[in-house]
Design a protein around this ligand. Sequence first.
Ligand code: C2E
Ligand code: CA
Ligand code: CA
Ligand code: CA
Length: 277
Amino acid sequence: AKEQASGVQQYDPAHDGNTASRLELLGDLRRAIGTDDQLSLHYQPKVSLATGRVTGAEALIRWQHPQRGRVFPDVFIPTAESTSLIHPLTSHVLELAVRQAKIWAQRGTPIPVAVNLSTRCLLDPGFTAQVFGLLYRTGLPAHLLKLEITESVAMADPDRALTVLRALHDGGISLSIDDFGTGHSSMTYLQHLPVDELKIDKSFVQAMANSHGDAVLVRTAITLAHNLGLSVVAEGVEDEAAVAALRELGCDVAQGYHYARPMPAADFDEWFTAHAA
Ligand code: C2E
Ligand code: CA
Ligand code: CA
Ligand code: CA
């Protein structure tokens, strides 16, 4: 369960149909993007199941609201995604993530950083130029940036999304399919996406210990990914039993509380040093 500051009024944009709360959230978020102390990124390591080495880090946004305390992305990302506010928000996240990746690269420990992308961003005509502009400006090699997208890109505007994904991929950025198994996935479509990695949603990873059906799904996803030449990441790995089961199934990479929670860059560095030792 996620910790919440007690006594603090949380936004509830999903429940209330109450437009006031939604508008307030959007206004607060717009102002937060303009400050540099409310929004930050936490980083969670991805670990190779074969070698134990860190293969990358996923950037996850955190919002420290001056009155409401910590607001989780599950609360504000969907609301931001329903408006064009997702564009400046994503630019802000990309900027922070790329700067951090650059710091790690310069320090001699290049760690690819993955950024979550809303499908809406792929339909933004300026998106590709913006990303390559950012890489150029910071001098970060493209292979150190990863973008995580969900299967819903296949639904939105397949032709347009495919064009953008190809441009990003041709430019050396690696792409992951996030939350695999939860969407209306089309296997035929998956075959045509220029992606490098498939992330199995944590709901299946966590259920597989007690449910034969979920274990079959995880096994099938791994086989499918490997047949398509993709690397497989399991999300939500919380214990050694899951690690053992996933290793047995030939899963490539694991991510979850078993290794580390998402954490600020300084804590990530400490964890990384201890982990490598
Ligand atoms: P996601 O991309 O599927 O990210 C994984 C979520 O699982 C994260 O929640 C992470 O903290 C959590 N998690 C990691 N390991 C474990 C584990 O072992 N057990 C459990 N129970 N959970 C684990 P978080 O950070 O609250 O983010 C929620 C969602 O919000 C993300 O799901 C992603 O869809 C979205 N999100 C987060 N940051 C961004 C962002 O910068 N941009 C966009 N567009 N979406 C974001
Ligand atoms: Ca993700
Ligand atoms: Ca997920
Ligand atoms: Ca997600």
